[in-house]
Design a protein around this ligand. Structure first.
Ligand SMILES: [Fe+2]
Length: 137
């Protein structure tokens, strides 16, 4: 614990970037917890213990999803790529490449991260990708 999520001096980072980093750390922790429960469930023989662990893993799924949605709402490029990859049938890598190409940014191009001020405010129903449309790169 502590300030591991920062790779730059925290006092030099804007507040929204510090929040973004905290949420990325939280997303990582939720994914780790999901993996830990998966391992525990794979080896636990007691049915009641397994039921409790399965319930707890479901909580971690929810936490992960909420963290991810928060981050995607504030990061239009990430949201647009995720939209092209998530919940699609077929080849995951192909969808990823196509989604990245569709953003018009690849291989080191400028990021539209939270510091860019992009994204829709939570709960407004917007898809949060409008700021990328027509952007000159
Ligand atoms: Fe959690």
């Amino acid at each position: 614990m502590g300030f591991d999520q920062y790779h730059e001096p925290p006092e030099e980072l804007p507040a929204n970037t510090r929040t973004f980093a905290r949420m990325c750390a939280s997303l990582t922790e939720e994914a780790e917890a999901i993996g830990w429960y998966e391992q525990r469930l794979a080896v636990e023989p007691d049915a009641e213990a397994r039921a409790i662990m399965s319930d707890a893993q479901g909580e971690e799924f929810k936490h992960f999803a909420m963290d991810l949605e928060y981050l995607l709402r504030r990061t239009p490029r990430w949201r647009e790529i995720a939209r092209g990859v998530l919940f699609q049938g077929g080849d995951i890598v192909e969808h990823g490449e196509a989604a990245e190409a569709a953003t018009g940014e690849q291989d080191g191009a400028a990021s539209a991260g939270p510091a860019a001020g992009g994204g829709a405010p939570p709960g407004d129903g917007s898809l949060g990708i409008g700021s990328l449309k027509g952007a000159t790169l």
